[in-house]
Design a protein around this ligand. Structure first.
Ligand SMILES: C[S@@+](CC[C@H](N)C(=O)[O-])C[C@H]1O[C@@H](n2cnc3c(N)ncnc32)[C@H](O)[C@@H]1O
Length: 250
């Protein structure tokens, strides 16, 4: 089903594949659903995995300055209804910071893709408190020119010792909650340096004129060089993901 949205095919396949590995009626929380593209990938992964669990989609349904200001709630609901995974999706049409005040369940996977400014990502990151040990934190647009996701990942994931098993797919950077092994510390340090470079590129990008060559160069540095390097140093590869990607993108 083709739903308009912001996750690439590769990212969607990754969300699907990771969701498919979760067991014991997993709970996934998605912050920022837009018209449901990523929500449907996540729910399809659950369906084709153990067939149990739910995706809790949190979105205030009015968009934001990055995604575009638009009333999306009705479009989202219609898309979910048309999908064949509607029964696995619970929707909360609220601001992430309001929805969290009624939340208490442990979470197996948290996908953060709300507004991308630092203050909003910080608020969305509050959901991490509910992430189980061994649960997955997946953040979109970390490796894109957007300050909030990269800064939060740097401050709250890389600089702590609370996460391990780092991996990346397009603009997504993800990690598993839990104390990492010392032997991976150097890799984590290098990811941190590359994220700092991303933040510099983001600042430069903001000041550049639209559509010019310098902007193109920044994009190439971010997408081809930084993403490529992080993929090389990240220590986690999802088993079977390359096979699924090859089969479904042919
Ligand atoms: C980049 S879009 C999400 C894209 C989506 N994951 C996809 O695959 O297409 C960001 C979404 O975050 C939502 N959003 C922004 N700020 C929010 C907030 N404080 N609480 C809840 N949702 C928010 C917007 O309404 C928008 O739908």
């Amino acid at each position: 089903m083709d739903v308009e949205g912001y996750t690439s095919l590769k990212e969607g396949l990754f969300l699907y594949s990771l969701a498919g590995t979760l067991i014991n009626s997993p709970v996934m929380v998605e912050i920022g659903s837009w018209k449901g593209r990523s929500t449907i990938w996540l729910a399809s992964g659950l369906r084709d995995g153990t067939g149990s669990g739910r995706v809790v989609a949190v979105d205030h349904g009015v968009g934001d300055s990055d995604a575009g200001i638009q009333q999306t709630a009705e479009i989202f609901s219609a898309n979910i209804k048309k999908s064949n995974v509607a029964e696995m999706i619970t929707t909360i049409f609220k601001k992430s910071e309001e929805a969290i005040s009624n939340w208490s369940d442990p979470v197996d996977m948290l996908f953060i893709d709300g507004a991308h400014d630092y203050e909003n990502v910080k608020r969305d990151f509050a959901w991490e408190e509910f992430l189980k040990d061994g649960g997955w934190l997946v953040m979109h647009d970390v490796l894109n020119p957007a300050e909030g996701p990269a800064r939060m990942f740097l401050e709250r994931v890389i600089k702590t010792n609370g996460f391990k098993n780092f991996g990346t797919v397009d603009s997504i950077l993800f990690a598993q909650k839990g104390e990492g092994l010392k032997r991976y510390d150097l890799r984590k340090t290098i990811i941190g340096i590359l994220l700092r470079f991303c933040l510099i590129l983001t600042k430069v990008n903001k000041k550049l004129p639209k559509n010019g060559l310098p902007k193109k160069i920044v994009r190439i540095l971010m997408k081809d060089i930084v993403r490529g390097l992080i993929t090389k140093v990240a220590n986690f590869k999802l088993v079977g993901f390359d096979k699924i990607k090859t089969e479904l993108t042919q």
